[in-house]
Design a protein around this ligand. Sequence first.
Ligand SMILES: Nc1ncnc2c1ncn2[C@@H]1O[C@H](COP(=O)(O)OP(=O)(O)O)[C@@H](O)[C@H]1O
Ligand SMILES: [Mg+2]
Length: 259
Amino acid sequence: MGIIKKFRITTFKKEIHKISLKKISLSFNKRQILEDINFNVKEGEICGLLGPNGVGKSTLFNIIVGLLNPDYGKVFINQYDVTKIPIYKRAVDFGISIVPQSGGVFSELTCLQNLKAISEIVINKKNDREFKIEKMISKFELDSVKNIKSKHLSGGQRKRLCIAMSLLSDPKIILMDEPFQGLDILSTRELQETIVNLQTEDPTRSCVISDHAARDLLAISDRAIILANKKIIAEGKPSEILNDEKARSFYFGDSFNIN
Ligand SMILES: Nc1ncnc2c1ncn2[C@@H]1O[C@H](COP(=O)(O)OP(=O)(O)O)[C@@H](O)[C@H]1O
Ligand SMILES: [Mg+2]
């Protein structure tokens, strides 16, 4: 935890709410998944979203980007009510981008073709597209695999490509759904640094990241939220969350320690 912390901007994040969820509830086929979910993500914040499998983390991301409509409650982005605004408009108007839990790349296309395909949608000028793609290839160390079909990439390379694609539009809000899943120790470490650097490069950028790798996620989070039994059961700085009684009994267990 200490090593990653070195990279963090330590000035306190501004109290501007980039995302606010108010009283969100959602059921699938009469089975309630989320009940009265309220939380804010501040400008420049890295917010960790933790919770057991099937609790509704991906569902919550889908509600934020507009893939799903809640049965009840409102979604605000940059303090605008976007509950009725469609997905593409949320992406374009508010600079919101998601790195999905799985998929997210065209498996029959090479890295370069994947990046080109997305750049044609999100970047207007051809020269800007080429410049940005080059930058992403170098930043995410994809040069040696840029002409390989993405289905042949390793888990870590595919994840890096997916993140590079999500950054082409220069998003202000990034949602990452289980980005550490399937990564080895070194790739996890590199991804942690990448995420921290995203925030360092643009201190107004906000990230919400879900993962089961609680240690890896808490090491880079300014704040964390724990979902259990349809609700948020704990919220706070990583150190506070770790000592929270409910968080320990519903999620971490008694023996969990970050060091
Ligand atoms: N489209 C859907 N139709 C019915 N049930 C779904 C659908 N999507 C997700 N679920 C259910 O909702 C719950 C939450 O899923 P999910 O958000 O993927 O959980 P998590 O990401 O926390 O593992 C799970 O029980 C899942 O089976
Ligand atoms: Mg999920």
